[in-house]
Design a protein around this ligand. Sequence first.
Ligand SMILES: Nc1nc2c(c(=O)[nH]1)N[C@H]1C(S)=C(S)[C@@H](COP(=O)(O)OP(=O)(O)OC[C@H]3O[C@@H](n4cnc5c(=O)[nH]c(N)nc54)[C@H](O)[C@@H]3O)O[C@H]1N2
Ligand SMILES: Nc1nc2c(c(=O)[nH]1)N[C@H]1C(S)=C(S)[C@@H](COP(=O)(O)OP(=O)(O)OC[C@H]3O[C@@H](n4cnc5c(=O)[nH]c(N)nc54)[C@H](O)[C@@H]3O)O[C@H]1N2
Ligand code: SF4
Ligand SMILES: [Mo]
Length: 692
Amino acid sequence: MKIDFIKTICPYCGCGCGIILEVVDGNIVKTLPDKDHPVSRGQLCIKGWNAHEFVHHPDRLTSPLLKGKNGFQKIPWEQALDIAAEKLKAAADKYGPDAVAGLSSARVSNEENYLFQKLIRTGFSTNNVDHCARLCHGPTAAAMARALGSGAMTNSIDDFVGADLIIMFGSNAAETHPIIMGKIYEARAKGATLIVVDPRRTEPAKNADFYLPINFGADIPLINGMMGHILDNGLEDSFFVTERTQNFEAVKKNLASWPMDKAVEISGIGPNMIAKVAQLYAKAKSASIVFCMGITQHSCGTANVHAICNLAMLCGQVGRQNAGINPLRGQNNVQGSCDMGALPNLLPGYQDVTDPGVRSKFEASWKTCLPSTPGLTVTEMTGQAGDNVKAIYIMAENPMMSDPDINHVRERLKKLDFLMVQDIFLTETAQLADLVLPGACFAEKTGTFTNTERRVQLLRKAVLPPGEAVDDFTILNRLAQKLNLDFDYKNPEEVMDELATLVPIYGGINFTRLESAGLQWPCPSHDHQGTSFLHKDNFSRGKGLFVVPDYTPPREMPDPEYPLVLVTGRMFCHYHTGTMTRRSKTLSQEAAHPFAQIHPDDALALNISQQDSVRVSTRRGSIVLSARLTRDVRPGSLFIPFHFAEAPANALTHEALDPVSKIPEFKACAAKLAKEESKEDRKHDSRKGQDI
Ligand SMILES: Nc1nc2c(c(=O)[nH]1)N[C@H]1C(S)=C(S)[C@@H](COP(=O)(O)OP(=O)(O)OC[C@H]3O[C@@H](n4cnc5c(=O)[nH]c(N)nc54)[C@H](O)[C@@H]3O)O[C@H]1N2
Ligand SMILES: Nc1nc2c(c(=O)[nH]1)N[C@H]1C(S)=C(S)[C@@H](COP(=O)(O)OP(=O)(O)OC[C@H]3O[C@@H](n4cnc5c(=O)[nH]c(N)nc54)[C@H](O)[C@@H]3O)O[C@H]1N2
Ligand code: SF4
Ligand SMILES: [Mo]
C-alpha cells in the first residue's frame, strides 16, 4: 500500500485554505487541514473537510463527447480537438472574429486562465472573453479601480483580527467565507465592535453588536445618511480628505439632497441607529468594511461600491493595516482569473486593451496583432447568442444554472452554431453542448490559485484524472496547436514565468518562491516579500476619487400580482451550481433538497406549514420546493439558495443589469408564492423544522 500526503489548496471559496490530501494507492481517501497554512492554520469548514468527496465520483467525465442524432457519443481526443478547432474557426471565418466568444473560469488555475484568454484573443482576434466575476464582484472591480486604482481587498485576512470595528454590508460570511468569519469573531472576542447590515437575520447578524435590517437595495441611502451625520458633527478626517483624495466637494454637495429623514425612510433604519453606527465608524481607531453580494448584485451595484469607498475615505479608514475596504472574493481563484485578464476590456494585470502602448507590449511577447475594442460580457454573450455570437467555448462555468433567467439562456444557447463545454461533469450547460471536453479537477493538476487577500498559492497534483480526462492546461495547449497558434507551454511554471515579465504586480513571483506560504501581490521584484495591505501612502491611482453614487431602487419592485421580494444566495454546505458539493455524500446529507425561507406571517396567510411543497413564481418562470418557515427573513420576502438544479432559482431571477458593470440583479425581484397541492411525498432534510 502506498500512502502520500499532498499539500494543496481548497477548491471552493476565496479564503483559499490549505488542505492536505491523503492518497492511498492513487485514490484520495481523506482531506486534512494544513496546520502550517498562513490563512487557515489548521482550520477548515465543512466543504474543505470534504473537498475530496466528488473527485472519484462515477459521474466524472472520462472522454470527449460529441452530440449526434442519438445523443452523446464518445470520441477520441484527436477527433474532438479537430472538431473544436474547425467549428470555432468556421464561425470566425464566416461571421467575423466577434462571432466567437469564450467563458473562462474562476475555478481553474491562473495559468489555465492566462492560456484561455490568450487563445481567444490570439486565435480569433476578439476580446470576447469574460467569466463569472461579472456576476459577482464586477461592480467592485469597476468602482474600486476607479476610486482607488485597484479592485482588490485592501487588507489581509489576518488584519481583521486587529480591527476595532468591523462593518459587514451584504455578506453572510459565516456561511460563505467561514474562515474569515472566524477571524472577525476573534476580533470581536478581543473587544472589536461588529455591525451587520443585511435584510436577512443571518448568523453574523445574530452575533453582531448592532444589526441593521436594511430594506432591499437601500445601502446608498443608509451610507448617505451616515455620511451626512458624520459631516454635521465634524467627525470626518479632514486631513485625509484634503491630502489624499479629490472630488469631495461634489459628494458633499450631493449629500445636501440626502437629509436624515430621507435616508431613514428609504433604508428602513431609524435615525438614532444611523447616527450611532456613523459615530462608531468615524471614531474607531481602525475600522474595516467587509462587503459582498448584498452590495454588488443590484442594478445600482457599482454605485453601491462607490458609496462604500466614499464612507471609508471620508473617515480616513483605509490604507492602514487594520483599516480598509474589503470585498470578499467568492471563488477559489476569482481574484486570479481577473488578474489573468479573463475580462473583455483588460489584458493580464488590469492593463487596458484600448491602450496602444499596452497592446504593443503584449503583441511583442505573443508575436501577434491584438484587437483593440473591448469584447462582450457574460450576459451580453448569452444575450447575443444566435445573433452576433455564433460559437461559444465555455471552460468550467455552468451558466444554465448561474445566469439570470435561465429559460431565456437555454433558448439563446440553442441558437448557436457551436457550443463547446469543458467541465468535469455533464452539467446542465454541457447537456446543451455540441462537444464536451473532459477536464481534470483541482486535485489532478499543478498551477496556482490567488485567494481573496491576493495571495498566490501553489496547487499540487495528488492523483491522475479519471479515464481520458486531461487537465485544462493540456487541453488549451493542444487546442492552440490545432489552431496553429504560436504557443505550446511545457508546464504551468513556464506560463507564470512569462506572466511575470508582462504583469508588474506578479513581476517577482515564480513557483519556487511560492513553495512555503505563497506571496501576496503586488510583488514587483524577486527580492520583494509581497504586500499585505494596499494604498499605504498613496492610492494605487494617486489620489482617492470621491464619486457621487446615484441611488436607484431595484428594477422590479413587488406589486399586487407579485407581492414578495425574492432574494437569492447561498448556504453553508453547498457551493454554487452544486456540481461538486451535491456529489459529496457528507455535504448532501446536510442539505439534500431545495427550499425557500418564508416568514411565518406570509406562510400563515397562504395556509403553508413547515416543509409543505410551495410554488414560487415570477414573470420569468416558476419552481416547486419545500417551505422553510423562519423569522430570519422579513415579512414580504423570500430567500432561495441557487444550488439545486431540480428547483433552479435562476428560472425566477431578473435580467436587469447594472449599467456600468453589467452585473444582474440577483438580489431582488418580484415573486409570488402558493401552496403546491402535490401528492408527491417529498423527502425532508436533516434541518427539518429547526428554523422557525
Ligand atoms: N457555502 C458557500 N460559500 C460560498 C459560495 C457558495 O456557493 N457556497 N460561493 C462563493 C462566491 S463565488 C461568492 S461571490 C460568495 C458570496 O458570499 P455572500 O455575498 O456572503 O453570499 P450571498 O448569500 O450571495 O449574499 C450575502 C447576503 O446579502 C444579503 N443581501 C441581499 N440584498 C441585500 C441588500 O440590498 N443590502 C444588503 N446590505 N444585503 C443584502 C443577503 O440577505 C445575504 O445574506 O460566497 C463564496 N462562498
Ligand atoms: N440566483 C443567483 N445566481 C447567481 C448568484 C447568486 O447569488 N444568485 N451568484 C453568482 C456568482 S457570485 C457566481 S461566482 C456564479 C458562479 O457561477 P458558475 O461559475 O457558473 O458556477 P460553478 O458551479 O462554480 O461552475 C463551475 C463549473 O466548473 C466545473 N469545474 C470545477 N473545477 C473544474 C476544473 O478544474 N476544470 C474544469 N474544466 N471544470 C471544473 C464545475 O463542475 C462547474 O460546472 O453564479 C452567479 N449566479
Ligand atoms: S472556508 Fe472556503 S477555502 Fe476554507 S475550507 Fe471552507 S470552502 Fe474551503
Ligand atoms: Mo461569486
